[in-house]
Design a protein. Structure first.
Length: 410
């Protein structure tokens, strides 16, 4: 019998009533005969509250101790859900990430799963129990240090478990109906995508789509795990993420990433503290930063560009002198409050870029820069006009003609 892996996000387990509602959904699946592994996030805003508490205690909390602190949120949620299931007569047991056999590398705050050894999970499933796993966390097999996978990492926990128990079904429960064509809080015309391929969903997640942890989609693609994203507040089917279709609409969705911070390192590509060494050092010290550009001119001058949250870029700025080595040939420029709006799709070229620029012009949105990838056109726009830019792109590419006319008149 196949294993069903369900993951419930923080809003789905935000308080006793929501936990009991999740327990009833899990109990119904158990009664239908499914072998269930349930991954839970911390309740509501618990992770943010713990981070805030840490920063009130310490100006520069240790990444190791932050991981020790933050993993408590999921432990609370998993134990409470096991209790709620027990009240419904459903045998259940909760495990931490390390008890579940989720092994990671040693990068605190942004660890990557290296293997899953699910012997305890498998044994409890054979006993007929529902196994509840704390998401977002694992353990380094050599040091035995507790690690976390980065914000949203419970999605990746769920996909990794589904890949381990293949063939398995993976359901991600959240507070939205599935993957939409845009953020509905910004674009009122955003609509549900009943299906999306791995590649485009990954692009959407990396460019600011907030429904899924980007690494979970990449892992699902590599392991060929079908993932269904659903709301925990109703029984609608949501969005199925699976193999890319042979043909696909040119534009699938609009992504908005704002505000974010940018770090630009400039120096001599082959000098002391050469570009490759800088890239490696930053990746090891600040794994949550995303390298988006590595440019080099004919004079061997190079520029490296990272993007991330403000606190991550601030940490890089504070520690960059140590990372660049003794050569002193590199300097770092940081910019905060940046905004990127992206068209996500296949076959996007010059015509789509021209149409997007025309949409920006109609909406009065200045274009700062454009970056082209195989699955997206990424526009940098002024932060104060980012939401207007997202609405303009959605109206131009993803809404009927009547809606585009109405959007242009606003």
């Amino acid at each position: 019998m196949a294993v069903l892996v369900q993951k419930y996000g923080g809003t789905s387990v935000d308080g006793p009533e929501r936990i009991r509602a999740v327990a009833r959904r899990v109990a119904a699946a158990h009664a239908a005969g499914d072998r269930l592994v349930v991954v839970v996030s911390a309740m509501g805003q618990t992770t943010d509250e713990l981070l805030s508490l840490a920063r009130r205690v310490s100006q520069a909390p240790s990444p190791r101790e932050l991981d020790m602190l933050l993993t408590t949120g999921e432990r609370v949620a998993m134990a409470l859900l096991a209790m709620a299931l027990g009240d419904l007569g459903v045998p259940a047991i909760s495990f931490t990430g390390s008890q579940s056999g989720i092994l990671t590398d040693g990068a605190h705050r942004a660890a990557r799963i290296t293997a899953v050894r699910p012997e305890r999970i498998r044994a409890e499933l054979e006993r007929g129990r529902v196994v509840i796993v704390a998401g977002f966390q694992g353990v380094h097999p050599e040091t035995r240090e507790i690690t976390t996978l980065g914000r949203g990492g419970s999605d990746t926990t769920a996909v990794a478990l589904a890949a381990t128990f293949a063939p398995a079904i993976c359901e991600i429960y959240t507070d939205v109906p599935g993957v939409l064509t845009a953020d509905p809080r910004v674009v009122t015309g955003a609509r549900l995508l009943p299906r999306i391929g791995y590649r485009l969903c990954s692009t959407l997640a990396h460019l600011g789509g907030r429904v899924l942890h980007a690494r979970s989609v990449d892992l699902a693609a590599r392991a060929r795990v079908p993932v269904r994203v659903r709301s925990s507040f109703d029984d609608a089917p949501g969005t199925l993420i699976e193999e890319d279709a042979m043909e696909s609409p040119h534009v699938t969705a609009v992504a908005l990433r704002a505000p974010c911070s940018i770090a630009i390192a400039q120096g001599v590509a082959g000098g002391r503290g050469e570009a490759r060494g800088i890239i490696t050092a930053v990746a090891e010290a600040h794994p949550e930063l995303e390298l988006i550009a590595h440019e080099q001119d004919s004079g061997a001058r190079a520029a490296l560009v990272w993007i991330g949250e403000r606190d991550e870029v601030d940490a890089l700025e504070n520690g960059f002198r140590a990372l660049r080595g003794p050569g002193g040939e590199w300097k770092l420029l940081c910019e905060h409050g940046a905004a990127f709006v992206s068209l996500v799709g296949l076959g996007l070229g010059a015509r789509a870029a021209a149409d997007a620029e025309a949409a920006f012009e109609r909406a009065g949105v200045p274009l700062v820069a454009l970056r082209v990838t195989p699955t997206a056109l990424v526009f940098r726009v002024p932060a104060e006009r980012a939401e207007a830019a997202a609405r303009a792109l959605h109206a131009a590419f993803l809404e009927p003609a009547a809606a585009r006319t109405a959007a242009g008149s606003r």
